[in-house]
Ligand binder design. Sequence first.
Ligand SMILES: C[S@@+](CC[C@H](N)C(=O)[O-])C[C@H]1O[C@@H](n2cnc3c(N)ncnc32)[C@H](O)[C@@H]1O
Length: 204
Amino acid sequence: MGLYADQILPRAINLALRGSEFAGPRARAAAGLDGEVLEIGFGSGLNIPYYPAGLKRVQAVDPAAAGRKLAAGRAAGCAVSIEYVGSDAEALPVPDASVDHVLSTWTLCTIPDAMLALAEIRRVLRPGGAFRFVEHGLAPDPGVARLQQRLTPLQRRAFGGCHLNRPIDQLVAAAGLELTQMDTYYMKGPRALGYTFEGVAVRP
Ligand SMILES: C[S@@+](CC[C@H](N)C(=O)[O-])C[C@H]1O[C@@H](n2cnc3c(N)ncnc32)[C@H](O)[C@@H]1O
C-alpha cells in the first residue's frame, strides 16, 4: 500500500464518515449484532460506539495501518473484545460457518472484487447467520446512474478504489445470501455519491 492509501486516505475517511448523518444507519446496522461478529473494512472503528453490549467478540479486517491507529482510542473505551484477524475481505482467515454476523459499512464499494468478498462472507457465516450492511452504489434513476458510470474511474483513483456504480442488492443476492431487509434511499449531499443500500441478508 502506498502512503496515500495507507496513511492519508484513512484519516480523510475518518473525518468524512463520522458526521451525524451516518449515525442512524450505523446504529441500525449494528443493533441486531450478537455473538461472534466479523467486521470487514473496519477502518477507524467508527461503528464501535454502536456495538451492542452483548457481543462476544468482533474480528476486524482492514488493510490500512492508519485506520488501526485511529481506531485504538475508540476500541480502548469499548467493553467488547476487538481482534484484528486480517487485511483483505477477499481472503478471510476465518473458518467456515464460524461467525453469527458480518458487518460492513461503506466498504463493498472499495474492495477490488466485491463478489469474491461476498463469497467469503457467505462461507464464514453459520447457516442462519446474517450479513448486515450499509453501502452506497448504483442508483435506479437513469440520470444519476449515468453520472455514476462517468465518475467512477475518477472516484476510484481519488478514493482508494471506491466504485459508485455497484448494484449492491444484486451482488448480495448473487452471492447466495437471502435479503430479508432492504431499504434504499439517497443520503444528504450529491446524489451520485449517496444512493444507499441498507439491509440484512441471511445465509440459508
Ligand atoms: C470508505 S472506508 C469505510 C470504513 C468504515 N467501514 C466506516 O464505515 O467508517 C472503506 C474501508 O475499506 C477498507 N478496505 C479496502 N480494501 C479492503 C479489502 N480488500 N478488505 C477489507 N477492507 C478493505 C479500507 O481500508 C477502508 O477502511
